[in-house]
Design a protein around this ligand. Sequence first.
Ligand code: COA
Ligand code: MG
Length: 290
Amino acid sequence: MKIRPRRSVLYMPGANDRALEKARSLSADALILDLEDSVAPEAKSQARDKVVQAIKSGGYGTRELIIRVNALDTPWGADDLKAAASVAADAILVPKVSRPGDMVSADKLLKAQGAGAETRLWAMMETPLAILNARDIASVAGDASSRFSCLVLGTYDLIKESRARALGDRFAIIPRLAMSVLAARSFGLDVIDGVYNDFKDDAGFRAECEQGRTLGMDGKTLIHPSQVEPCNQIFSPSDEEVQWSRKVIETFALPEHKGKGVITVEGRMVERLHLVMAERVVAIWEAITS
Ligand code: COA
Ligand code: MG
């Protein structure tokens, strides 16, 4: 089981030299170099050049590098995609996806630019139509040749577009998050939760990470370096989870349990579905600690 941890996914404005530099030393699993909403229209082409230069200069180690491009129907989208393909970014994050065709078009454009299969596609789920079409959008990843690998929630855009209220418990957003998790799981995609803007509120941030993890998110998008450590911690399996998972795997492997569908571990009933869950916990742990 090969797993790429995507616990902490840090955004930074593509026009911000200091952030592009600092990210080389932060323990985020992935970095989103943004050319879209955090970059003013007059700074778009300069930001594109900076991001290309930063990736070419290297120094990001094993961190996954994702470029968020402008939407393909804007004056900058096609050039952003071309630039992202030219530096072989690990992934291109397509904003404002609303239909499966948006992902198909991005894939075609990438192919036309000669991008290798290692350059993946991620989709922003941030419009009401994206949530209503979540299953169909995710189904694009069902094609074996698809480079589609991840959904990213744009929770503040979803609130804006639906005129919902942004309450601390995310009451209005929970069903949309849950729909996105189900869509992702149905087609083998990862799914990353939206950002928490109040980056000085550590307790509120941690609570939202816990909520996302409980819903099944693989990680959370972040806006500030101070959010990386708590996020990594909350989205990693705890020592207790790892120990329990190892025990489940070892107990199922005993000769007397060969071929059994259900066994008892420390007084609890454990089925083969728990074995699969345990194997995943250990695989994530090994990927994180390797
Ligand atoms: N990525 C990398 N480094 C970052 C960073 C980020 N997202 N946000 C801040 N930093 C760096 C700063 O450059 C500063 O570096 P230094 O002091 O070591 O030189 C340090 O972390 C502390 O930053 P701080 O002074 O607390 O914040 P700020 O006032 O510089 O920036 C924000 C605050 C919100 C403007 C900034 O965090 C940011 O731009 N976040 C990302 C926004 C974004 O990309 N939004 C789009 C998606 S929602
Ligand atoms: Mg957005």
